[in-house]
Design a protein around this ligand. Structure first.
Ligand code: SF4
Length: 335
């Protein structure tokens, strides 16, 4: 589906799953290290390899407007099609298989059975990039839908339009990392393609998938206010109601610059609020950007402290949360 087998001379295989469009020689692997060429045919040596399983608060994804206060059964993979030198999950994303050695193969059917056993009403594909495991991901998501579970995708969004449409058709909520607004940073530092990510975000929103975005604010990479303001402006162009999470970075992997300055993060959030209804800061102590206020009357609808959630001002009708005070739309909070 996402690979053109034997179409390339010399037994090479062309993978069109993501913008890298790797041409993989016999016995080799693509840039994500999880898709290979075995005698001209696609090989997936990590099909069903799950590096981590956990039950997380949905706020940890982060999703603040999708079933606030709920728990989500979460599965992690291995490998990634980006090379972010500051990756906060590099032990599973950049080492294939992960050095921890804790992973194991779990069929898609078993995965969904485990999710149901956990009692959670939803499953997240997360921790390292799920999209490079397209075949397994689509199988698991289809089974989850059949079983009545909501599918949550946490992704870098760097895939071809064909895969974007296929995976979004099975997604109930996505959190997409928008790591920079510079095509050069994406190409040269992250090993990716900004346009593909922007297209994925626009498509997710257009298809009615609940969409939230995260920008890890990395010292010396994307922490200029003008770049962060351009991101906010881009999001507002799709919809000012899309929640934007500004997350603090800590030195990790190959990036040793100091942690994100909390004042800089707060300034970026204030700037973001000029464009967007909902801007949050995360991975940082304190701050005024963790609660959800009604964009119409300003009353607090959802209070958050770490992962503790309280909904003092939320009036729930059907699957949507409204402001109990003014009756205004609570910003597409889905319950
Ligand atoms: S998914 Fe992997 S193999 Fe396919 S094009 Fe992207 S990096 Fe290359």
């Amino acid at each position: 589906m996402f690979c053109r087998e034997n179409e390339t001379p010399g037994g090479k295989l062309a993978c069109v799953l993501c913008p890298h469009n790797c041409v993989i020689p016999g016995g080799g692997r693509g840039r994500c290290k999880v898709r290979g060429n075995a005698g001209g045919a696609l090989s997936l040596p990590f099909y069903g390899y799950i590096s981590a399983l956990a039950i997380d608060p949905v706020e940890k994804k982060p999703l603040y407007h999708f079933r606030p206060g709920s728990l989500v059964f979460s599965a992690g993979f291995t490998g990634c099609n980006l090379r972010c030198p500051f990756c906060q999950n590099w032990r599973i994303s950049q080492r294939v298989p992960p050095s921890s050695g804790e992973g194991r193969v779990i069929t898609a059917k078993e995965l969904i059975a485990l999710a149901l056993e956990s009692g959670s009403a939803q499953i997240a594909y997360t921790y390292s990039e799920p999209l490079v495991h397209a075949e397994y991901l689509l199988e698991a998501m289809a089974l989850a839908r059949e079983a009545g579970l909501a599918n949550i995708l946490v992704t870098n969004g760097a895939v071809s339009s064909g895969m974007a449409r296929a995976v979004l058709a099975l997604s109930d909520a996505v959190n997409v990392d928008l790591k920079s607004f510079s095509p050069q940073t994406y190409a040269e530092t992250l090993g990716g393609n900004l346009d593909a990510v922007l297209a994925f975000i626009a498509e997710a929103h257009a298809l009615g998938v609940h969409t939230e975005l995260t920008t890890l604010v990395v010292t010396g990479l994307n922490d200029r206010q003008d770049e962060l303001e351009r991101i906010a402006s881009f999001i507002a162009g799709i919809s000012p109601s899309i929640p934007w999470h500004l997350s603090a970075y800590h030195p990790d992997y190959r990036w040793n610059a100091p942690p994100t300055d909390p004042d800089l993060l707060a300034q970026a959030a204030r700037t973001g609020k000029k464009y967007l209804d909902f801007v949050y800061t995360g991975n940082t102590a304190g701050g005024d950007f963790s609660d959800t206020a009604c964009p119409s009357c300003g009353k607090i609808l959802v209070r958050r402290k770490a992962y503790r959630v309280d909904c003092p001002g939320l009036l729930v009708r059907g699957k949507t949360g409204y402001c109990a005070s003014c009756g205004g739309d609570a910003g597409f909070i889905r319950v």
